[in-house]
Design a binder for this molecule. Structure first.
Ligand code: AQP
Length: 332
């Protein structure tokens, strides 16, 4: 499966909550497009998830679910390396090493750290702070060329590039410097309750978030209640954050352009529009949900995928680690 000439793609999702349509449209839905032409590594990043306190049984369940969702969204386990981060200890090892090449000032500027420490004031742990160095390790272990992510991860990716270049400057060419792949159309899906804030799986307000596995009824209800404005025209505009966000979701599921959507709902109220967004989203997610239900019922198969994926990932990680250890001066 691995091909020396092909470039490499790596990405991951934290099993830190039920996955949202933000995770789906911003990241997972884009993953399968790389399967044929790249060596691909898609990881369930459970080490990252514990930077915020998790209930152990839920973390375990969501790890299986996230893997099943990768496959339900179209990733074939025979064509992609699908694995769980904590099954490949080299992530933690390189994470520690890169901590020593990442500056306090750089980490202090990360907006995700600022946001998450504001939300988790009682648990501002060192892992939350050094999260981007571990993310750099995830990416650099596999000589990754391209990282498909939502725009919220762009700052972390820039830091990964800086750390790779810094290390290469000190020790000579070691790491490939990765590029982000950000799908312009869906790079940031916003909360339905507060459309100036990102939709997040850890948002305690369940009505603000559409989960990939929500029932059609839930999806219809959530879009019906979505915050819009008093203007009542379906128009894409920076001063209409709620409506623009719904148009982005509708465009992603129907393939229609913003102009077509504006024409379709010209003279019609928000009620019709919200119902159409709900229908399109529920219909678009239905096959993913059906495939997920099939996969999640077969835990033994998911465990086989995890085990084989971890073996393949570990093989590549070992090669990078041996180079890194030698360059740093560790005794073999
Ligand atoms: N709202 C979003 N719009 C577009 N892309 C998004 N992503 C997340 N939310 C949106 C992308 O999903 C991938 C996986 O994200 P993650 O699990 O690594 O962490 P995150 O970015 O912190 O996502 P959440 O949902 O906000 O999780 P919590 O609430 O746990 O922090 C990434 O590519 C991300 O860009």
């Amino acid at each position: 499966m691995e091909n020396e000439i092909k470039k490499t793609v790596f990405s991951g999702v934290q099993p830190s909550g039920n996955l949202t349509i933000g995770n789906y449209l911003g990241a997972i839905k884009n993953f399968p497009r790389f399967s044929e032409e790249y060596n691909t590594f898609f990881c369930v990043v459970d080490l990252h998830a514990i930077t915020v306190r998790q209930v152990p049984a839920e973390l375990r369940r969501r790890t299986y679910e996230t893997l099943a969702l990768y496959m339900a969204a179209g990733l074939d386990a025979t064509k992609n390396t699908l694995f769980v981060q904590s099954h490949v200890p080299a992530h933690a090892e390189l994470g520690w090493i890169l901590d020593c090449y990442t500056m306090f000032g750089e980490l202090s500027r990360m907006t995700q750290f600022k946001d998450k420490s504001a939300k988790n004031a009682e648990n501002i742990n060192a892992g939350l702070f050094t999260y981007p160095a571990l993310m750099a390790a995830d990416i650099l272990l596999y000589k990754t060329d391209l990282v498909p992510v939502g725009v919220d991860q762009k700052q972390h990716l820039e830091l990964a590039r800086d750390v790779a270049m810094r290390f290469n400057q000190v020790y000579g060419e070691t790491f490939t410097v990765p590029e982000p792949f950000i799908s312009e159309d869906t790079m940031k899906i916003m909360s339905l309750a507060e459309p100036t804030a990102k939709m997040s799986k850890s948002d305690p307000n369940q009505n603000a978030v559409v989960y990939i596995l929500d029932t059609k009824d839930d999806i219809m209800r959530k879009f019906k209640r979505a915050v819009t404005d008093s203007d009542c025209t379906v128009r894409y505009s920076p001063d209409k954050a709620g409506v623009s966000n719904l148009m982005t979701v509708y465009r992603a599921f129907t393939g229609k352009s913003f102009e077509e959507i504006e024409r379709e709902f010209d003279g019609r109220g928000y009620g019709d529009f919200k119902a159409a967004v709900g229908e399109a989203c529920a219909d678009g997610l239905a096959p993913v949900r059906a495939e997920f239900d099939r996969l999640i019922a077969d835990k033994a198969y998911l465990e086989t995928v995890m085990r084989e994926g971890a073996e393949r990932a570990a093989y590549h990680a070992r090669k990078t680690m041996s180079k890194v250890r030698r360059k740093i001066g560790f005794v073999n």
